[in-house]
Design a protein around this ligand. Structure first.
Ligand code: SAJ
Length: 425
């Protein structure tokens, strides 16, 4: 199938790179977002998200005339839905409202022979049970009059532009013709393998990938607790276990954040609670890790009441600016609940404003007068900090390293009492 015009609904971390990449590969693309501020920013040459290389890609696509942004979809050969699918905080059910309204916005423009692809991470059977019925309100039949497919994005924040092109891509059609149509569309720029399957399999593939990562991190976090109890250095133990050719234990840390790994396993738990005790437990282990970190800080300081703490890093993982669902933020909140006064410094978002949290725009401001410094995110620039310089600014000499980012002997030589996550003594 040949495509000339494409509508991409949702111009976030996935939709905007996808729309721009199609545009720079010869398709006429209309990027659609319901957020007026996003449209205004893009129209004025700005960018509302941070991703290496994205600014150049987007401005090139817009200047070439192949990418336009708009508040509403319009008739096209193909539509890609790349909107957020968060969960409801209270019962962890998938919040599918954005997918539903994106589909409703496409329906009036749908024509015979079109292709619609959902990329948003979704519970199993969403494409057939939720999406198809909405699109069929157009009077056209899914799989007969128009093609319908699910294709998960699998790109890593920080590496999106490269991975979008190079990663293998799974395209699940509700019919084999739909899968083939999806294949043809992504073949415009994807250099990795494009594998055709059915839509529910493709939905499961994505959920299984992120759930596997979550349970693997949960076991690493549980190992950190065991090591702490048994007087073992978990980082050493993991590196030794990983010498085994078929073992690859991940890294313990303050918990699991971001908008994918800490969310997606719930879609499986929600869809089949009776079949998922293990997946649920892994989620709960990771969600409890911030409290484990706070208990460690409490042990280092005796009590948290009235203590001044410098928290280094708020992002959900190293070297990104994304604070969504970040366990580091959760740790800061729990420290404050326990009576500590915390100043947090996040170099990738120095002016971030978060509820009930004091961020400072410079490292020294966080460290001044602090009784303890705690390393929550292994940003490259934190790993190379000079312990002696830091000791001169602070009031106390307690350091807590949650991510194995600091060299213990260097910090000890600088006069610090240093405690690490997962290192019992
Ligand atoms: N983390 C650990 N220990 C580790 C690895 C990660 O505690 O050993 C933590 C991170 O600090 C972070 C969280 O897990 O808080 C998630 O980070 P991540 O790098 O594992 O994943 P994301 O959310 O940035 O991106 C993931 C990727 N999925 C997988 O690696 C299986 C990406 O390919 C997906 O496209 C993305 O989720 C998504 O959109 O689903």
């Amino acid at each position: 199938m040949k495509f000339q015009k494409l509508c991409v609904l949702g111009l976030g971390y996935i939709g905007l790179p996808t729309a721009s990449t199609f545009a720079t590969n010869g398709l006429e693309v209309v990027g659609v977002d319901v957020n007026e501020a996003v449209i205004a920013t893009l129209k004025s040459g700005g960018l509302h998200i941070h991703e290496p290389g994205l600014r150049t890609l987007v401005s090139g696509a817009i200047q070439s005339g192949m990418l336009r942004v708009a508040a509403q979809p319009e008739p096209a050969d193909a539509f890609i839905i790349a909107v957020p699918t968060p969960f409801y905080e209270d019962d962890k059910r998938a919040d599918m409202r954005a997918v539903t309204s994106a589909a409703e916005a496409i329906t009036p423009h749908l024509q015979k022979g079109n292709l619609v692809i959902l990329e948003s991470t979704s519970p199993p059977r969403t494409t057939v049970d939720l999406l198809a019925p909405i699109l069929e309100k157009s009077g056209l039949k899914a799989g007969v009059d128009f093609h319908l497919a699910y294709s998960p994005e699998r790109v890593l924040p920080g590496q999106i532009l490269r991975e979008l092109i190079e990663n293998a891509r799974v395209v699940g059609g509700i019919t084999s013709e739909s899968a083939q149509a999806g294949y043809d569309l992504y073949a415009t720029f994807v250099r990795g393998n494009i594998i055709k399957t059915n839509s529910t399999t493709a939905e499961m593939v994505k959920l299984m990938e992120n759930t596997t990562r979550d349970v693997n991190i949960a076991i690493a976090n549980e190992f950190s607790r065991l090591a702490d109890r048994f007087g073992v250095d978990v980082w050493e133990a993991i590196s030794l276990a990983n010498l085994h050719p078929r073992i690859n234990i991940l890294r313990p840390g303050p918990g699991v954040g971001g908008h994918c790994i800490s969310v997606d396993p719930w879609f499986l738990v929600e869809a089949a609670p009776d079949l998922t005790p293990f997946i649920r437990t892994a989620r709960e282990v990771n969600d409890a890790q911030p409290q484990f970190v706070v208990d460690l800080v409490k042990r280092a300081l005796g009590s948290l009441e009235g203590k001044k703490i410098a928290a280094l890093g708020l992002a959900y993982k190293p070297d990104v600016d994304d604070l969504r669902e970040s366990p580091a933020v959760e740790v800061v909140h729990l420290l404050q609940d326990a009576g500590a006064s915390v100043k947090a410094f996040e170099p990738f978002a120095p002016n971030a404003k978060l509820p009930n949290l004091t961020t400072v725009p410079a490292l020294n401001e966080a460290l001044e007068d602090a009784d303890a410094v705690i390393l929550l995110v292994a940003h490259s620039q934190f790993k190379s900090l000079d312990a002696t310089e830091i000791s001169e600014i602070m009031n106390g000499y307690v350091a807590v390293d949650v991510v194995n980012g600091w060299n213990v002997s260097v910090w000890k030589n600088a006069g610090f009492d240093i405690l690490r996550l997962g290192v019992g003594g």
